[in-house]
Design a protein around this ligand. Structure first.
Ligand code: AP5
Ligand code: ZN
Length: 216
């Protein structure tokens, strides 16, 4: 199973990807996570990406395409993968087509999570994650069952992303509508697109996604 999760910042791509990983055992390839790891490790890519990400802009297609292509060659991608936050421009979408073709892989489906802007801002402003395992939480919608302790790994350390503030979020949404939303038409035209109501409760979003995956 090879799928793309498409949607604006805060739509729930990461949240749902984590659930698909747990249920189906295929890896989540989040370009945002990969870039944040590069920033933390202060690699050359990380140094280039930091200011771009903090401002809510997109890192260059060239850098991101190279990261993904390399990641797809890892053995754990052989049985499938979830692309989360990639592709994000038409150039990246075309690159994905050629990458998969050259690796003899077919795309199973593109799932678009549709959510209103106001809700996106609310979600992103309340988001935090476990500093150890990356599990995503929200101030009101998804707290750990024991206050201050990660459900998954027991860590007591949490962090917030520097780009999760109202000003940067406005820019990220602007970039999404200009650069990424054309991908909806792109995949619709290819007959690959499935739309899920991302405004629904997390568990209902998961069920809708599972129904799509079951029908593949
Ligand atoms: P990236 O890390 O990809 O961020 P994003 O696309 O902005 O998406 P988010 O991670 O913000 O949201 P999400 O959809 O995963 O939502 P989540 O599940 O966390 O990219 C960051 C930056 O990296 C970019 O701005 C760019 O600079 C760079 N970059 C990355 N990829 C790139 C690429 N391909 N090309 C160029 N540059 C790239 O959920 C959000 C919150 O809502 C959470 O708190 C969650 O608990 C809550 N929530 C989730 N679902 C629900 C629900 N159904 N109901 C209520 N709350 C919910
Ligand atoms: Zn954790």
């Amino acid at each position: 199973m090879r799928l793309i999760l498409l949607g604006p910042p805060g739509a729930g791509k990461g949240t749902q990807a984590q659930r698909i990983v747990e249920k189906h055992g295929i890896p989540q390839l989040s370009t945002g996570d990969m870039l944040r790891a590069a920033v933390a490790a202060e690699t050359d890519v990380g140094k280039l990406a930091k200011a771009v990400m903090d401002a809510g802009n997109l890192v260059s297609d060239e850098i991101v395409n190279a990261i993904v292509s390399e990641r797809l060659d890892q053995p754990d991608c052989a049985a499938g993968f979830i692309l989360d936050g990639f592709p994000r421009t038409l150039v990246q979408a075309d690159a994905t087509e050629s990458m998969l073709k050259s690796k003899d892989m077919d795309l199973s489906v593109v799932i678009e999570l549709r959510v209103d802007d106001k809700e996106l801002v609310r979600r992103v402003s309340g988001r935090y994650s476990c500093a150890q395992c990356g599990t995503v939480y929200h101030d009101t919608d998804k707290k750990p069952s024991e206050e201050g302790v990660c459900d998954k790994c027991g860590s007591t350390h949490f962090k917030r992303r520097p780009d999760d503030n109202a000003e940067t979020m406005t820019k990220r949404l602007e970039v999404y509508y200009k650069e990424t939303s054309p991908l909806i038409g792109y995949y619709y035209a290819k007959g690959r697109l499935k739309v899920v109501d991302g405004m629904a409760e997390m568990d209902n979003v998961t069920s809708d996604i599972e129904a799509i995956l079951a029908a593949l």
